[in-house]
Design a protein around this ligand. Structure first.
Ligand code: SF4
Length: 320
């Protein structure tokens, strides 16, 4: 795992950090456990932070005149307290790369939480909402990588999330790499991420290249700031099969002359599969890495399109 920075990720505390759920239990989140060797977690339980206690009677989201966080057992309204906590907690956080939140929770759920018409309803309304803490996260950090523990089971969503947090951590590292901010680390960063950015959005990639070229002679702080705003935009994009295939075709040009007709045919067949099923990218990535090693194409070995995060994290694992 050397060479990869450790992203800082804000995580719902009940996902393997403390027994802080309403029922006094903790969830075993295998993927989050696995990630502990590679990332630094900042765990938080918004419900215990606002003093609800452990264990506690459950709170629910009620949607009528406005969205409220209520505790049906006693009718207490925790909306203002939760909104106040979420705002100040997020304001105080510094230098982090993404969020892993617990699904379906009235505080942490992201688009997965049941809502009720009033505190006494047994039936929930159609549609799902964000929890209150998740609402604040989405309002304050709309472009930062965000996923819940259920989505972490999906290889394509997990890939998108991990690529984002490792790319942001690596940007943070290059902006802190010397006593004085200089352009060189950013030039290297952009070069290493070029094919990944090409797969995500070629137009934004070009705009980022122009920022790094700095033809306008901007101050170094302004360059980093502008670059980061585009970086957040490009990492929020999902890789489309077509642009991913184009980026891979570009990389293929670096060693295609060394391959037999049969090997080229097999590559084209896999590429065709990738157009229909993006998860084929995992197999193609391995293939590229072995070809780049065999033909000493160091430029490709450095590319984050093929090496976006520690390879140990590519293994399949599931939340239980
Ligand atoms: S889902 Fe969020 S609020 Fe609920 S127990 Fe977990 S960390 Fe706490």
């Amino acid at each position: 795992m050397s060479g990869f920075p450790r992203p800082k990720i804000v995580v719902s505390k009940c996902l393997g950090f403390a027994a802080c759920r309403y029922d006094g239990k903790m969830l075993q989140a295998t993927i989050v456990d696995h990630l502990k060797s590679f990332v630094d977690f900042i765990d938080v339980c918004p419900e215990s932070e606002i003093g609800l206690g452990i264990p506690r009677d459950p709170v629910i989201i009620v949607l009528n005149d406005r969205k409220r966080l209520l505790q049906p057992s006693n009718g207490l309204d925790f909306t203002d307290r939760m909104e106040g906590f979420s705002k100040s907690y997020l304001e105080e956080l510094d230098d982090f790369d993404g969020f892993i939140l617990k699904s379906k929770s009235p505080s942490c759920g992201v688009g997965t939480t049941k809502v009720f018409h009033d505190a006494g309803s047994k039936e929930f309304l159609h549609g799902h909402e964000n929890g209150f803490f998740a609402d604040a996260v989405l309002r304050d950090y709309p472009d930062l990588p965000l996923i819940d523990e259920q989505q972490l089971n999906d290889p394509v969503l997990r890939e998108h999330f991990l690529t984002g947090v490792f790319a942001l951590a690596s940007f943070r590292q290059c902006s802190l790499s010397g006593k004085v901010l200089t352009l060189e680390p950013l030039i290297g960063y952009h070069a290493r991420n070029k094919l990944l950015f090409m797969a995500l959005d070629k137009q934004i990639m070009t705009a980022m290249g122009n920022i790094v070229a700095n033809r306008d002679g901007l101050l170094i702080e302004v360059i980093y700031e502008k670059y980061l705003s585009y970086l957040l935009k490009i990492l929020a994009k999902r890789a489309e099969p077509r642009s991913t295939v184009n980026a891979m075709m570009h990389a293929f040009g670096y060693f295609s002359r060394n391959l037999s007709a049969g090997e080229k045919f097999e590559f084209m067949r896999k590429l065709q599969e990738c157009r229909e099923d993006l998860s084929v990218i995992f197999e193609l990535r391995q293939w590229f890495i072995s070809c780049a090693q065999e033909f000493n194409v160091y430029y490709l070995l450095d590319q984050t399109l093929f090496n976006p995060y520690p390879p140990e994290l590519s293994d399949g694992f599931r939340v239980v």
